[in-house]
Design a protein around this ligand. Structure first.
Ligand code: 5GP
Ligand code: MN
Length: 346
């Protein structure tokens, strides 16, 4: 079993960078998910075990279903405490960018990240990295998650023995969320070796599952049922579907961040369905539609997201956004499905 992912020289560089740095900042991407938060908290726990005191910053809020994670309350939000985060980035001597591979993915925080004099280390599993000026860029698109990469790096650097549940829980959480509870992107046997090692730290994996996936309000469950019952458009012959959530509907169902999490996967339970598109009108900003795209097997969700929704992502899980009304976005979704008709029918 090959757990190590760094070359000898990369490992040496990383060790030197950490040893030489006093003001370390860790950041994840906009709308941080379980993997961005999990990998950041896990990496922070490792750095603390080395005697460092890293700060963790994110562009905006994490979903409520991650608030149980130890130390999640220490994460500083750029949208809420902009000046403080700018100062941290300005004063940092080492900046870890986790779970994104393009400075554009931190959106409003991008200028501060780019301007930071810190040496930058990217650790990420998305395709096609485009991150200028890194002291070290560790890119492994074949990995399930950045959290898995953090496990491997910590293992390789010899940190595993000295770490406890506070490190293992966020790492497990990030691996679990990025694989839909180990239902996709999770066939590599090494993942299960890693899980077995994390379990030795005393994490309760069943509880972590419940904390994350069985944490809806009754409103959220009703919204999800309503979308599937009333709003799902299925193109049976094309093995594709889309649905659109309007701002009015979101208000009617008392929508809060995270309520729609994973809903885009639900249509994939239809036998033979290959492509599911979710459109959600932003609740605050006008003419902004948030798009999630999911697919199965080798049908490329990321190509759909890149060509039609100004986004990208992984083969089976991608996203993007449109600057238009929700009804215009529905037209784009229909156009996207038609454009891929040949490959969807096959
Ligand atoms: P989600 O549907 O959960 O928001 O996003 C699924 C995946 O799509 C994310 O893990 C991320 O890799 C990718 N993704 C989402 N939005 C964007 C985007 O605007 N640009 C790119 N390049 N990838 C995105
Ligand atoms: Mn990820």
């Amino acid at each position: 079993m090959q757990i190590n992912i760094l070359s000898e020289s990369e490992a040496a560089t990383l060790r030197e960078l950490i040893a030489a740095s006093e003001r370390i900042v860790i950041c994840g991407h906009k709308s941080p998910d379980g993997d961005a938060i999990g990998s950041s908290l896990g990496w922070a726990a490792y750095l603390r075990s080395l005697g460092k005191s890293p700060d963790i910053v994110m562009p905006d809020a994490m979903p409520d279903f991650l608030h149980w994670l130890p130390n999640s309350e220490k994460v500083v939000r750029h949208d809420k405490r902009t000046a403080e985060v700018s100062r941290m980035l300005q004063q940092a001597d080492l900046l870890f960018c986790l779970d994104f591979n393009d400075p554009g993915r931190v959106e409003d925080m991008q200028a501060d990240v780019v301007a930071s004099p810190a040496r930058k280390v990217m650790i990420d599993h998305h395709l096609d990295p485009n991150f200028p000026d890194t002291a070290l860029a560790v890119s492994h698109p074949e990995m399930s998650s950045t959290s898995e990469m953090v496990f491997r790096v910590v293992w390789q650097l010899g940190g595993f023995e000295g770490l406890d549940r506070q490190w293992a829980a966020p790492i497990y959480c990030g691996m679990m969320t990025d694989t839909g509870g180990f239902t996709y992107n999770s066939t590599n046997p090494e993942i299960y070796f890693i899980i077995s090692q994390l379990l030795t730290k005393g994490i309760d994996k069943d509880k972590i599952y419940r904390n994350v996936f069985n944490n809806y309000s009754s409103w959220a469950v009703r919204l999800r049922g309503y979308m599937m019952c009333q709003k799902l458009n299925v193109f049976e012959d094309l093995h594709a579907s889309y649905y659109a959530m309007t701002r009015t509907e979101l208000r009617d169902f008392h929508f809060i961040r995270g309520d729609a999490e994973g809903l885009v996967n639900e249509p994939l339970r239809i036998k033979g369905l290959k492509l599911s598109i979710s459109l959600r009108e932003d609740t605050e900003r006008d003419n902004l539609v948030l798009v999630s795209v999911r697919s199965v097997d080798d049908f490329p969700a990321n190509e759909v997201a890149a060509r039609f929704f100004n986004g990208g992502g992984h083969v089976n899980a991608a996203g993007g956004k449109l600057h238009c009304s929700i009804s215009e976005a529905e037209q784009v979704a229909r156009k996207a499905i038609r454009a891929f008709a040949d490959r969807l029918k096959a």
